[in-house]
Design a protein around this ligand. Structure first.
Ligand SMILES: [Fe+2]
Ligand SMILES: [Fe+2]
Length: 135
């Protein structure tokens, strides 16, 4: 079983977003595997950079969609995204300075955040968009 598994519980039922979530989950798993295999900082940093970049791209996809359809929970949703983006930025700064930062703790945090956010907040906008005919 992968470290972070995408299941029906994470499904927003909006295809673009589900595809992006699957890719995000995969990147977290790649990072986890790299850590388990004891890969060097350069490898870890490369995966982390990709994860941070893809997360930013994903958040903007969601926020644009929510804005386009006047989702009433946009402000709160954006705030949740900003909290993670802030944490990701801190990690990236540490890794840029050469401080080793990928630990089981960091990975568990990412796993929990992504699981909770997709199962809760993301599914809420999914339902809203589905009701507008967006899948
Ligand atoms: Fe989200
Ligand atoms: Fe999401």
């Amino acid at each position: 079983m992968p470290f972070l598994e995408w299941t029906e519980k994470n499904k927003t039922n909006v295809k673009t977003c589900d595809d992006q979530h699957k890719k995000l989950f995969q990147l977290v798993n790649t990072l986890y595997d790299a850590m388990k295999e004891g890969k060097g900082n350069d490898v870890m940093k490369k995966i982390l950079d990709e994860l941070v970049g893809y997360t930013a791209y994903h958040f903007s996809t969601e926020e644009n969609l929510m804005q386009k359809y006047n989702y009433p929970g946009l402000v709160w949703h954006k705030k949740e995204h900003e909290d993670l983006a802030k944490k990701a930025k801190e990690l990236k700064e540490k890794s840029d300075k050469g401080e080793f930062i990928i630990s089981s703790e960091v990975l568990s945090f990412l796993k929990n955040w992504l699981n909770t956010h997709t199962m809760g907040s993301d599914r809420k906008y999914g339902e809203f968009l589905n009701n507008k005919g967006i899948f």
